[in-house]
Ligand binder design. Sequence first.
Ligand SMILES: NC(=O)C1=CN([C@@H]2O[C@H](COP(=O)(O)OP(=O)(O)OC[C@H]3O[C@@H](n4cnc5c(N)ncnc54)[C@H](O)[C@@H]3O)[C@@H](O)[C@H]2O)C=CC1
Ligand SMILES: O=C([O-])CC(=O)C(=O)O
Length: 330
Amino acid sequence: MAKDPVRVLVTGAAGQIGYALVPMIARGIMLGADQPVILHMLDIPPAAEALNGVKMELIDAAFPLLKGIVATTDVAEACKDVNIAVMVGGFPRKEGMERKDVMSKNVSIYKAQASALEANAAKDVKVLVVANPANTNALILKEFAPSIPEKNISCLTRLDHNRALGQIAERLDIPVSSVKNVIIWGNHSSSQYPDVYHAVIDGDKPVREAVADDAWLDGEFIKTVQQRGAAIIKARKLSSALSAASSACDHIRDWVLGTPEGTWVSMGVYSDGSYNVPAGLIYSFPVTCSKGVWSIVQDLPINEFSRKKLDATAEELVEEKQLAYTCINE
Ligand SMILES: NC(=O)C1=CN([C@@H]2O[C@H](COP(=O)(O)OP(=O)(O)OC[C@H]3O[C@@H](n4cnc5c(N)ncnc54)[C@H](O)[C@@H]3O)[C@@H](O)[C@H]2O)C=CC1
Ligand SMILES: O=C([O-])CC(=O)C(=O)O
């Protein structure tokens, strides 16, 4: 029997990530090739015409799984009964900016949209925040939508996770599918810690052994992943879009349909104090997912090198949280 359609909201749908993401969702890349979807697309009034153009193209592409389109500039209408919300709407950073430089513009959007989701979305809506500063926007959304369970609010660090897999695969000249269990700890910012101490290739060979170059792994590799967003902006004069859209699909797909046996992924989720990360932050952890629920992978040994890096990125998130509240109260 055909499945009932799932309603998926994409905010900022007329923007560049939106333009890459909505066809992926309509093709079944996010939720599976047998899962019909109804796309809800939100943008702001100045982008209404462009949003309508995206809607026209979705119609023209005749996606068999796409059972309906809501394209609107009304946030309440956009959020109505949605089961999944991918929050991309906001202002991207430009060359020379840090992600927190877009804080003042974006946190106020996330406060307002929290209320709209709380009032209109399905009670078990799963939320993924993509817009930067992603962790702090997600935290603000959580705080201003208290009836949405905290387990249902997350932010995107899967792009960083995929970037780390990609760098290891390039270095070893192996397919990216042979590498797994890297970890992105902390903030989706240049303070994030891409950790390969537990990563393996071909099922069980430690990445550290395969790479056999600790100086590279502890230096250039970490820096490359931390700075990859800036490198893309420098090259394209625009921030990452196709890789962000694809990683957002990976994030939701694994969350809803489950992670493969023996594999974890990185998600920005509400800290419960695991690994001595302060509770009350949205922090990227290694997680496994089953039946629509994520769980933080527990008891991985953390050495002194890693501990310092986990703490430094947590400190930045504490500062961002304070800054976000200053912006909101101004
Ligand atoms: N977490 C991650 O890994 C990544 C996050 N990003 C972030 O994603 C966000 C979107 O990036 P792009 O699509 O490249 O930007 P973009 O500027 O091309 O598109 C953003 C869209 O959001 C819309 N928008 C602005 N305010 C809105 C509001 N209040 N409600 C609904 N829509 C609104 C804009 O009109 C625009 O169409 C940026 O904040 C960017 O920094 C980008 C890449 C990766
Ligand atoms: O760097 C940016 O501003 C966009 C982004 O978050 C990324 O590509 O990781």
